[in-house]
Design a protein around this ligand. Structure first.
Ligand code: G4P
Length: 526
């Protein structure tokens, strides 16, 4: 077995970020195809249809099913081991996306050539910036007419505040799209089309001055040469340090659906994207090459296998190595647990993991003791920081149809909230169960799952809560006073933290004004 440091160096753990419809699903599939993880493209696609009919539980369940198994896709490529973490497409699941971004070492941004930078891309980029995540850019759908490539790069630079370094450059667009010029390698890749569910043949011509190119491109060749001269004069070259600092993004062009530009992207990605880096904990920075295992849980999801109605906790290994059957310390509850049957996500063969290294994700079976943000180690009481919890924007009260099912309802709401998509609040002044979420869809999902998995029928009714803030205060006396004064608007969340639930935004503003020594936090690190 090679050393932990050798294994860590090989890892490339990343997520794709994009506005819906830019081509994330298609590109994911093509990366798997080029990575040799699937033989024929077309397998991941079923979920596309599911996404549009989001109010239909069955299709959602199906979609979730697919996204459990494809939540993490691992495949070897050249000398690297690639871990691609999927992020949900639907906006109502955006918290899940933000937390997944805490578990990656870099990201790949997909932009539609006709649409340019879209609203969701901007938001996701902001999240990446919180941890200065290095970003690759893929401009997709060059087989269609779109915007001028230089204009697009200007837009990315201006709107997303990141410098662009084109690595490939498109030859034509729409019907005239012939291939890409690899600026760094001085090579032209000409695509021939054909069955895009497999890798097709590509003609490679060395050097832009090659007479072969005149023959292949005809009148388009002068256009290309002129454009490249312009681009080379006006754009940034690839500066690896600036890329790693999140200040510059290498840019690729192509058409995911036709496989064009994907190989060039993947090759450059495994060469330059960062392996796992040191990570912060409450006590110290942990280096991936340390011998002892540490890591944290960034996501919890119901297992779709009806035989095993348990939940899977997605655990990112940050240092050391996991071996089957080892004991891990569950730091929050201070107990050692034996992990015999963690799940692996090797895209071509999903089964039990024997070993995992920094950058890898393993799935731990969770029977209710693991929460998002939990750290596991080999004994040391450290805790990873930076996994966010966001204040929900929608609130509903759970109303039970059969009052005798109260216990089951509580259990169901608690367990479903552990998955992180919804949050449960209990007001200090009564026994209400208030559920908070970022999207309406969450309530439908919870109601349906309560019925299916906990045999509880319940409805969610509107209540007058506009927003919530976690309460923090250094002085216990001030906190006690605040607790008395604001008693009617205070609740406890599922982690036992104090939360202010404001009936209106104005009420929140007044409360903040009146209690200057109390902090009202819109996000909480778990
Ligand atoms: P998403 O996950 O980012 O939401 O995007 P997805 O891959 O599902 O792609 C969105 C749509 O764009 C799909 O079409 C897909 O086929 C198409 N697409 C992806 N890459 C390319 C490309 O390189 N060129 C062109 N022309 N289209 C591309 P759809 O009609 O919405 O769905 P489908 O019926 O094709 O599945």
């Amino acid at each position: 077995m090679s050393s932990i440091s050798d294994q860590a160096k090989r890892r490339r753990t990343f997520a794709i970020i994009s506005h819906p419809d830019a081509g994330k699903t298609t590109l994911t599939e093509k990366l798997l195809l080029f990575g040799g993880a699937i033989q024929l493209a077309g397998t991941v696609k079923g979920r596309k249809a599911a996404r549009h009919a989001t109010s239909d539980w069955m299709t959602m369940e199906k979609e979730r099913g697919i996204s459990v198994t494809s939540s993490v896709m691992q495949f070897p490529y050249k000398d690297a081991m690639v871990n691609l973490l999927d992020t949900p497409g639907h906006e109502d699941f955006s918290e899940d996306t933000y937390r997944t971004l805490t578990a990656v070492d870099s990201a790949l941004m997909v932009i539609d050539v006709a649409k340019g930078v879209e609203q969701r891309t901007i938001k996701l980029m902001d999240v990446c910036r919180l941890r200065t995540t290095p970003i690759f850019t893929f401009i997709n759908k060059l087989d269609r007419e779109g915007r001028d490539a230089i204009d697009l790069m200007d837009e990315v630079e201006e709107v997303l505040k990141i410098k662009c370094a084109p690595i490939t450059w498109p030859i034509g667009m729409g019907k005239r799209f012939k291939g890409v010029y690899h600026i760094e390698q001085d090579k032209v890749f000409l695509y021939q089309g054909g069955d895009a569910s497999k890798k097709q043949a590509v003609t490679v011509i060395d050097s832009l001055d090659n007479p072969q190119l005149d023959e292949a491109l005809g009148s388009q060749v002068d256009e290309l040469r002129e454009e490249i001269e312009l681009v080379q004069g006006a754009s940034h070259g690839f500066d690896k340090e600036a890329y790693l600092r999140g200040e510059l993004s290498p840019v690729f062009f192509g058409s995911a659906i036709n496989n064009f530009g994907v190989q060039e992207l993947l090759d450059y990605f495994v060469e330059h994207a960062p392996p796992p880096q040191p990570r912060e904990t409450t006590t110290r920075s942990v280096d991936p090459t340390e011998e002892k295992l540490t890591g944290f849980v960034f996501k919890i999801q119901a297992n779709m296998d009806p035989q095993h109605r348990d939940r899977i906790a997605f655990f990112r290994v940050c240092s050391g190595s996991y071996t089957r059957g080892m004991k891990m310390r569950h730091v929050r509850i201070g107990r050692d647990v034996q992990v015999a049957n963690a799940m692996t996500f090797l895209a071509s063969d999903r089964g039990h993991v024997e070993e995992a290294f920094p950058g890898d994700i393993i799935g731990l079976h969770n029977h209710g003791t693991i929460r998002i943000g939990d750290t596991f180690t080999q004994g040391e009481a450290l805790k990873y920081t930076g996994v966010p919890n966001f204040a929900p924007e929608l609130f509903r009260r759970a109303v039970l149809k059969d009052p005798l099912r109260m216990k089951a309802l509580q259990k169901g709401l608690e367990q479903l909230s552990e998955e992180g998509a919804t949050q449960l609040f209990r007001p200090l002044r009564n026994n209400d169960l208030i559920l908070g979420a970022v999207g309406v869809l969450q309530f439908e999902v919870v109601a349906q799952r309560l019925k299916d998995e906990y045999k509880v029928e319940c409805a969610f009714e509107n209540i007058s809560v506009a927003t919530a803030r976690w309460i923090d205060c250094d002085d216990p006396k001030t906190l006690e006073k605040f607790r008395e004064k604001a008693y009617d608007n205070l609740a406890i969340d599922q982690a036992g933290e104090l939360v202010y639930i404001a009936p209106t935004r104005v009420n929140l503003e007044l409360a903040i004004e009146r209690h200057p020594d109390v902090r009202f936090l819109a996000t909480r690190e778990i």
